[in-house]
Design a protein around this ligand. Structure first.
Ligand code: AMP
Length: 531
């Protein structure tokens, strides 16, 4: 039968198999809202009626500036299932970028967490396309605001009926829009379709990938403005898994571990920085998280030390690679039986690979002229991908490629395991040879006195560039010296990769999605003088 793959079918499926399963949401004050999927989908129907009442165009781009909570979840269904496009905006970007994104997408309505209303107030005169401003709160909590006719989300819903006649949508219809922050130039929009989202979720849910089941309780720490929380609002209900939405305080490790234990969370997803915060909290307090047995670490490379220490807390982290242009997951690392029999060091090394492609994704590495390179696990090249949920062109731009150039540098081995060695932009080229900053970072993170470490390339008169190691030391190692760290690397990486210097800093700069920003760090060190 020609039945379209649509987000509406995820909703009706979850209503059938998981209506009474829970959707828990933690608010800014730590207050908990307890819904079932059925309750949430009733509210989704009300919201769909409200969107029609606002007379939003059939393909309107509806913007959100919000944390992970039940209201944001509802928008992820009501907007696309009425045919409109759910546009998640990263409120942590620079003001000019937020303004650019809203204008580029021509948002007709903005749904805003009260916390972000001042951000939008400051630019409201420059947002001509926006006709409706909605605060994601109840009427009682509606803040005073200069936004014209700001309405409370709950007041919108209260007026509406609790059923909706969902249309049958073309599966290729656009459903979700997300902009990459872009390290250079303006942010670029990536438009997903109903079909691309459904296929991504089906592939994620395969047992040899993320493999969510109806026994899971899933808590995405990764925000919904970072590629729909890696699709968890769709993948979890599709699998019949419960969802716990952590709200704004995702960096508060105590609050998050309390929530994990209270709701018996089994599976979570986050960038390395957030996992690291949880790990440090567990180490320092002896708190246990017995229900949490698995999690995805992605968005940036995680260090082996973090994997190992989380193992000791009973949480197996699995490396998932992806990008906004892939909505977002492209590969995932699960072991083969023989990997369990490897000696410790080899098994650890295997673990750091970014895994094998999800069904549907093709991968290759190419040289500077676009020639395909061998999959021997050694040769590095630029990673290119193809697939039914890969972006064919950026929003509003014409189609440019058959293979999408990811901007990542990688190896692929004979079993299909891909390993990211760098971003093209972060690659350090010393005397014409590439040095992998990620491998050096991993090696140094094994030192117990290192809390965070980054390696960047700095201009060098003779070698054109040389690696500089920048470290946030652990407080418990007050006498640690840069020289000790550099000698610690000896024998662990090729001799000529050993950084020429090491600098200690108090903190590292992070991007709006919580990754360490090498770009900002390079700017901080752009006048660095080698001793
Ligand atoms: P974004 O679209 O902002 O999520 O950024 C995507 C980029 O993050 C990728 O192209 C990679 O450079 C990086 N990235 C994502 N996942 C991983 C991972 N598991 N390991 C290393 N880098 C990653």
């Amino acid at each position: 039968m020609d039945a379209p793959l649509s987000i509406t079918t995820i909703m009706s499926h979850a209503e059938m198999i998981a209506a009474e399963n829970k959707l828990i949401s933690r608010g800014a004050n730590g207050d908990i809202t307890r819904l079932t999927y059925h309750d949430a989908f009733v509210r989704v129907a009300k919201l769909a009626n409200a969107l029609d009442r606002l007379e939003l165009a059939p393909e309107a781009r509806v913007g959100t500036l919000a944390w992970n909570d039940h209201r944001h979840f509802e928008l992820h269904y009501a907007v696309p299932c009425t045919g409109r496009i759910c546009h998640t905006i990263n409120p942590k970007l620079f003001t000019d970028q937020v303004k650019f994104i809203i204008n580029d997408a021509q948002n007709e309505a903005l749904f805003i967490d009260p916390e972000f209303i001042p951000v939008i107030e400051a630019m409201q005169g420059d947002l001509p396309s926006v006709k409706h401003w909605i605060a994601l709160c109840s009427a009682n909590n509606l803040p005073q605001s200069t936004l014209p006719n700001l309405q409370a989300y709950e007041s919108l819903l209260n007026r509406e009926q609790d059923s909706y006649d969902w249309p049958t949508l073309d599966e290729n219809r656009a459903s979700n829009l997300c902009y990459t922050s872009g390290t250079t130039g303006d942010p670029k929009g990536v438009l997903g379709s109903h079909r691309s989202i459904v296929l991504q979720c089906m592939s994620q849910n395969m047992a040899s990938q993320l493999g969510l089941t109806s026994e899971d309780v899933v808590m995405p720490l990764v925000p919904m403005f970072h590629v729909n929380a890696w699709c968890m609002p769709y993948s979890a209900p599709m699998a019949g898994a419960a969802l716990v939405m952590p709200g704004p305080q995702v960096s508060d490790a105590q609050a998050m571990t309390d929530l994990i234990n209270q709701e018996q969370v089994t599976f979570s997803l986050a960038v390395p920085t957030l996992w690291s915060g949880i790990n440090q909290f567990l180490n320092a307090t002896g708190t246990r998280v017995p229900s949490l047995n698995r999690g995805v670490i992605g968005g940036a490379a995680g260090a082996l030390k973090l994997y190992d220490e989380m193992d000791r807390h009973g949480v197996r982290l699995e490396n998932g690679w992806g990008m906004t242009e892939l909505s977002p997951i492209g590969s995932y690392n699960r072991y083969l039986p023989e990997h369990n029999r490897l000696p410790d060091a080899a098994r650890a090394d295997q673990r750091l690979k970014s895994g094998r492609p999800l069904f549907g994704i093709q991968m290759r590495i190419v040289d500077e002229d676009g020639n395909a390179l061998p999959h021997d696990g050694v040769t590095t090249g630029v990673l290119e991908i193809r697939g039914p949920w890969a972006c064919s062109a950026y929003y509003g731009k014409s189609r440019e490629h058959d293979w999408f150039n990811t901007g990542d540098v990688a190896t692929i081995d004979s079993l299909g395991y891909m390993r990211i060695t760098d971003r093209v932009k972060d690659v350090i080229k010393s005397g014409g040879e590439w040095i992998s900053s990620i491998e050096i970072e991993n090696a140094i993170m094994a030192h117990p006195g290192v809390r965070e470490a980054v390696v960047i390339g700095v201009a060098h008169q003779h070698w054109s560039e040389r690696p500089l190691l920048v470290v946030v030391p652990e407080d418990s190692y007050p006498s640690l010296t840069p020289e000790q760290l550099l000698s610690f690397l000896e024998g662990k990486i090729p001799k000529w990769w050993i950084p020429n210097a090491c600098e200690f800093v108090d903190t590292l700069p992070h991007t709006a999605t919580g990754k360490v920003s090498k770009k900002m760090l390079r700017e901080n060190f752009n006048r660095y003088q080698w001793a």
